[in-house]
Design a protein around this ligand. Structure first.
Ligand code: FPP
Length: 245
């Protein structure tokens, strides 16, 4: 398949692509607009990328929309991101269901308003039969997820629901927030920053990293294809040696 001049091998597309959508604030500042205008535009871009995936059919797309650290932003910005999340769900849930998208949530509900929690739960429930996963990573921190998993493990041991002898890297995953979501194959971060920022730490252990200089609101399906093209040129060895070399 070919998009925007990039030839992509449909049999070697990543199964899970995760986005760190960085640069909304800078995009707005460059235009002398309030930061929230950058977030609004960022949402439009996210929608475009998810819709473009109808061509690619990548089964899992994750997007970092709010981190546990983001609570430290000015209260108006936090409020705006929360309200926008609710609005986005109201606006987009029916269309997700029609487009065969399953909405998943990775993060905690701690500190969210009961109304927003209800909206997330409704979106999860009403799209549960969808085939292509859109996983919103919200109110999430990677270290916190691992600590929460450790706590759940201890409780399961105390309640005789899990035995310590059975603990392995694989079995530990059942205690993570979204155990049915596979590891990240390709992690894309925009805006030129080259950091993981506490995002899906466990799930990205062997992810290929791709950094785009574009600010998220300027990111387009063409840039997504450029990242996939780059990904397909790489050799993933997972710590082993390539037997052909
Ligand atoms: C980082 O850019 C972006 C965020 C903290 C929010 C990302 C949210 C969206 C793209 C919209 C989709 C959201 C929902 C709720 C569905 P930044 O603000 O850190 O940008 P900067 O580094 O230029 O300041």
């Amino acid at each position: 398949m070919k998009f925007f001049g990039y030839s992509l091998d449909p049999t070697r597309l990543p199964r899970h692509v995760a986005f760190i959508m960085d640069g909304n604030g800078r995009w707005a500042r460059q235009r002398f607009l309030p930061r929230n205008e950058g977030h609004k535009k960022g949402y439009e871009v996210l929608k475009t990328i998810i819709e473009f995936n109808e061509n690619l059919k990548i089964p899992y797309i994750s997007a970092y929309a709010f981190s546990t650290e983001n609570w430290q932003r000015p209260p108006e910005e936090v409020e705006f991101l929360m309200t926008m999340a609710g609005r986005v769900i109201d606006e987009y849930v029916d269309s997700m269901r029609e487009k065969n998208i399953r909405f998943c949530y990775t993060g905690t509900f701690d500190g969210l308003s009961p109304e927003l929690i209800r909206k997330f739960q409704h979106a999860i429930e009403s799209t549960r039969k969808g085939k292509y996963v859109f996983n919103i990573v919200f109110n999430y921190g990677g270290k916190r997820e691992i600590v929460d998993a450790a706590k759940k493990l201890v409780v399961a041991i105390q309640n005789n629901q899990f035995s310590l002898e059975n603990l392995s890297e694989n079995s530990f995953e059942q205690f993570l927030y979204s155990p049915d979501i596979p590891p990240v194959d390709l992690l894309i971060r925009t805006s030129g920053e080259q950091r993981i920022s506490n995002f899906l730490l466990w799930q990205s252990a062997y992810a290929e990293l791709y950094f785009s200089r574009k600010l998220w609101p300027d990111f387009r399906p063409k840039d997504f294809c450029a990242a996939l093209f780059d990904y397909q040129k790489r050799k993933r060895r997972f710590g082993k040696i390539d037997p052909k070399e």
